[in-house]
Design a protein around this ligand. Structure first.
Ligand code: ADP
Ligand code: ADP
Length: 229
């Protein structure tokens, strides 16, 4: 099943001359894939992150996630649907400092209509999946960097999104902890999660089953193309 499809996606920023941050990107990701999207600074990674994450719209082209055409979906419908489409993981974790690990994860269910008891139970299950069932009542300041990122990953997956979208997820971690986080992505992927890791770090991406390279707003290579074509 196709989980993500980008069809000739262009994103231009006005200027003299205009900048084509994405100059016609087509990409298909299937359910259960673990993909690295790799490119140097300025290649269009952030732009792609915002467009796949439904935080921004393409200038032209079509984006489909989980069977929904999101590139033309209204802001209202997107706000309601986003957490079931995409789970975000960021370099800087973006946890709420005053909330426990459990409640940080439960925020991933705020717009689902689930009540607090349900949200906390699902948050507990998600923290179990990332190996943090013993850290439920800790605040982010009481957790290590790797643990904070695990909480963020639990928050990303708690609503069972079509895709987990991770932006430089190891960029704020030491090498060993970064490897553990990548190991967790492999485990979650083995359990069925579809995961996209966006990074400038070629070495990090080399451990992933599929690597897509972008440069100057275009796909430069796709390791799946040689296998699947
Ligand atoms: P990356 O994340 O790989 O560094 P970006 O997606 O941030 O790449 O940027 C791709 C290109 O688009 C760069 O040339 C950048 O300067 C340009 N760009 C990004 N955002 C804007 C913007 N809001 N206005 C104008 N140009 C932008
Ligand atoms: P950095 O790469 O400096 O760590 P972040 O990972 O914090 O940057 O954020 C990457 C991009 O995602 C930024 O452009 C930011 O505006 C956006 N972003 C960060 N946090 C959120 C959020 N909670 N919801 C939506 N977008 C976010």
């Amino acid at each position: 099943t196709e989980v993500l499809e980008l069809a000739d996606v262009v994103k231009s920023y006005p200027g003299h001359p205009p900048v084509h941050a994405l100059a016609g990107v087509s990409l298909t990701v299937h359910e259960g894939e673990l993909v690295g999207i790799v490119g140097p600074s300025g290649s269009g990674k952030s732009t792609l992150l915002h467009i796949i994450g439904t935080l921004d719209r393409p200038s032209s082209g079509v984006v489909t996630i989980g069977g929904h055409v999101v590139s033309t979906m209204s802001d209202r419908r997107l706000s309601a649907a986003r957490s079931s489409l995409i789970g975000f993981v960021f370099q800087q974790f973006h946890l709420i400092p005053s909330m426990t690990a459990l409640d940080n994860v439960a925020t991933g269910l705020l717009y689902t209509g689930a009540n607090l008891t349900e949200r906390r139970f699902k948050a507990f299950e998600a923290l179990q999946r990332v190996g943090l069932a013993h850290r439920l009542t800790h605040l982010p300041s009481e957790l290590s960097g790797g643990e904070r990122q695990r909480v963020a990953i639990a928050r990303a997956l708690v609503n069972k999104p079509a895709i987990i979208l991770a932006d430089e997820p190891t960029g704020n971690l030491d090498t060993h902890t970064g490897e553990q986080i990548m190991g967790l992505f492999h485990d979650l992927n083995a359990q069925g999660a579809t995961i996209l890791v966006i990074t400038h770090d070629r070495e990090l991406a080399e451990g992933l089953p599929r690597q897509v390279h972008i440069r100057d707003g275009r796909l430069e290579s796709d390791s799946a193309a040689t296998v699947a074509a």
